[in-house]
Design a protein around this ligand. Sequence first.
Ligand code: TRP
Length: 468
Amino acid sequence: MAAAGGATGREGWSSKTAFVLAAIGSAVGLGNLWRFPAEAGENGGGAFVLFYIFCVLLIGLPVLLSETLIGRHGQSSPTLSARKLAVESGASPYWEAVAGIGVLAAFLIVSFYCVVGGWVLYYVWQFIADLMNSGVSGGAFKGVEIDTIRAFFPDLLGNAGLMVGLNLVFLAVTGFFVIRGVSGGIEVMAVWLMPVFFVLLVAITIYGAFGGAFGEAMDFLFTFEPEKLTGEVMLAAVGQAFFSLSLGVAGMVTYGSYVGRDVNLAGTSTIIAAADTSVALISGVCIFPIVFAAGLAVDGGPGLMFQTIPVAFQSIPGGTIVGLLFFLMVTVAALTSSVALLEVPTAWAMEKFKASRRTCALSVIIAAGILGTLAALSFNTLADFHPLGFIPLFEGQGMFDVLDGVTAKLFMPIGAILVCILVGWIADARLVDSENGLDGALHIFWRFLVRWACPIVLAAILFVGLTS
Ligand code: TRP
């Protein structure tokens, strides 16, 4: 998708649409389908969901614009872009650390992201096996008890060898695309399959609206109960907003750096945020009616998507084949994100060490494989290993939860605060204004958000979340 172009002669998106689709491909992933419903369930539903929407609009969107702006201005790797903006504004080159933190975060995320990618592969396999056993007619898993379908998940978690193997397979596929360069097959696949995926998701949602406990689910997701909005819930919501929009980890800085000068960044940021948030909300509206109808616990955590969706396919005509398609597309959605994630540390290493793409990608893959193996084992063999047990927020959590929590609850908010300070305070206002595509009242509002509201609200949430 990245065609040669632009006045700089550097690689760039072939069109504005290409950029928007690629950015949506990076944003829409397991964060929307798997993490959002799980977090919403664990954090009490409505209060979390509504605060999440608030975060997307008033914090995520301004930060998304700021990140793409740093990238487009710099037209180079995230660290160099941040450095360039700072130096041109007469500030210290060390501002590149803003992006440096992001690179580290992207590495940590991809390590556990591939573990979840492996789970998706496992379900693809379950549907293939079902197809071979009982063919296409009727629903999936004919005659199998719901409890047995639900037990696929705990069975998988308990199987150390399978967990590690699937994680490494998913990581290897991700690595394959990164070594070949992102632009080839994967983007094309994403552009064609993501719309199909969207239609399928909506179809299953409509099915759920009729067949599941729709009213109960809507109450749970959208009734605001102020007393449920604790510091921890707020921190979880901000973290989820950043995770889902791929913010705070230099991902959007990278994508912004391939954008031409003619693109209005404010407009594209809005489209990206709107698309990403719709998919998250739809997946919540898809999953929770099934959760309630099947009498599952809302705070089922990581297993929520995996234990509900396959149950729905049992009563859908042609459920085996539709279910297989569904999980294949979740695989594609996850891959477009994991490739984008792995690309961040790879691109950084290539520039830092002046080494080849292959060498850098392989080194990152090996390191991520080791960390991911520890994460995969934290559900079984290493269940009692709590790497950050001495910090209350991470008490009793294994490697997987720690990687997930540290990145979403620490790295992303801190990275975003630094991005706001860089763009709002350090950078020369003229440079920023010429990039952001805003004018009039909206421009003033955006500057207010980036200079004051976002950093202060983020710092407050971080403080309350960490101390409560
Ligand atoms: N947004 C992705 C998802 O929802 C995950 C993600 C977080 C990501 N940070 C990223 C993807 C940076 C690409 C780049 O699944």
